[in-house]
Write a protein that binds this ligand. Sequence first.
Ligand SMILES: Cc1cc2nc3c(=O)[nH]c(=O)nc-3n(C[C@H](O)[C@H](O)[C@H](O)COP(=O)(O)OP(=O)(O)OC[C@H]3O[C@@H](n4cnc5c(N)ncnc54)[C@H](O)[C@@H]3O)c2cc1C
Length: 542
Amino acid sequence: MNNFDAIIIGTGAAGGIVACVLAEAGKHVLLLERGAALTFADVGRDDLRNQRLAVYGHNAGPDITGNPRVFVDPQGRSRIVRPYELDYHNNAACLGGGTRVYGAQAWRFHPNDFRMASKYGVPEGSSLADWPISYETLEPFYERAEWELGAAGDGASIQSEIPRKRNYPLPPVPPSPQTVALQTAARQLNWLTSPVPLLINTESYAGRPACIECKYCVGFACPTDAKNGTQNTVIPRALATGNCHLKTSAFAEKIETDNRGIVSGVSYFVDSRRETARSKIVIVSAGAIESARLLLNSHSSLHPAGLGNEHDQVGRNLQGHLYPRAYGIAPGRVFNGIGPGVTIATIQFNHDNPGIIGGGMLADDFIKPPIDFWYDSLPPELPRWGIENKSFMRENYTRVMHVRGPVQDIPNPEGRVTVDNAVRDKWGIPVARLSGTTHPATVEAAEFMRERGEEWLRASGCEKVWSAQPGLILSGRQHQAGTCRMGNDPRSSVTDEWGRVHSHDNLFVVDGSLHVTNGGFNPVLTIMALAYRSAEYIAQRV
Ligand SMILES: Cc1cc2nc3c(=O)[nH]c(=O)nc-3n(C[C@H](O)[C@H](O)[C@H](O)COP(=O)(O)OP(=O)(O)OC[C@H]3O[C@@H](n4cnc5c(N)ncnc54)[C@H](O)[C@@H]3O)c2cc1C
């Protein structure tokens, strides 16, 4: 079969959900994924080769060879980067996309995250804007994502800030010694705390077992399938309908248009063979960087600047999160080695911080393998090798407390994805070129949150506290978003509120690219909620 109701490009957080909704609605779907369906063994458990610490490469794609990008630093110098380098801004490229190896923090955005421009105004040089939809509009779809994939948490604890109609289907992860210290301190400081919501089965759910509390959550695959990504929840459901035709190792090269300029299908490579499939609708769910790249590379004589790019908006406003982090040495042992490790958060500072635009969430951290601790968490003055370093590691690995969290990005239109015609991937397709930085107001908010992190650790009894200074960088990486933002005005957005590209009735973008702003929270649950909303809309129209 070569004629589908819909072709979906990408099987990550959004693409997997869209495939499930459409297939269960009886639509015939072609689901294209550039990566492979990785097994637990394929992903492996190498502390130095994973999606979190990629010293010797990464473990969830894309391949190191043949997939370069170009990175332009804040000084304007450009260089070719490979997938495991930080400046590549990689997420993952495999069945399930980022959700195959993510940490599974499942935050809803705060209602104010949807009205940032109304609340704070628009700082000079930024493209801060309100979403075309409100939290209340998205609320039922957040709930659906939590219940269909399986989320654990305690909604009542933050109901005053982020209202919900129904609690999580699963109870939160149990507290650790670190949780107790942080919670006691937060009470003294009068800060609101909650368990960290996670798309992890704290009890068996939907036919899959409970978490076995191993130490390898973030950056790795789950040994028992208790971590809920799209690859083990909605994609199997889509395939079970018989309506969804999945092709892995299939790289979408171009969205095809006919001689009237109307979207007609997708051409893609399977190995080095080019194939083309036709469809009534095309849905781009390739992640914020690759979705923008694909639209830009799908140019033709009728669309010389690429699809949806009549107003030079595709690829702009690339956002992610600056991630301030603080560390402190607790009086006693706080590390119990029980995964996932992230247990307690405060959303006290997501908004209404004097002199700051936005803010962010702070939480304790996933269990870190010792080498990751060494790489990421040591005091700045400590030598990185030698007896002093070894002593510190031996005495403090189980005593160091960590807090960190994402800070709301203030979007900068110059933080962007373009394509570089001079650098091609293994199929000869121009690669993504990443340039610009976030807005300086983001750095101010990150600095404020870094100070709050230190404050929390001091109040928790830590004797020595240190932290990393945030800098003015491009913030895309694993939380990449914003490059095809939704909005009502085609001059300042790429799609409407459903993800439909303004200039093409049958072309949709559904993934992190849609985010107008990226919240002061990990983004995946919002990507999933938007995917449910758009998919229901599409299912009624195709
Ligand atoms: C280690 C790690 C930890 C994370 N932890 C968290 C967390 O705790 N909480 C949270 O909220 N978020 C987390 N994230 C981020 C989260 O995974 C992403 O926000 C989310 O997956 C993005 O969803 P998406 O649908 O936009 O894109 P993706 O999930 O990236 O999916 C895009 C898919 O499209 C495919 N693709 C791209 N180009 C093409 C093409 N041309 N042809 C065919 N297929 C293509 C890719 O291979 C990929 O599978 C984490 C990510 C990583 C890597």
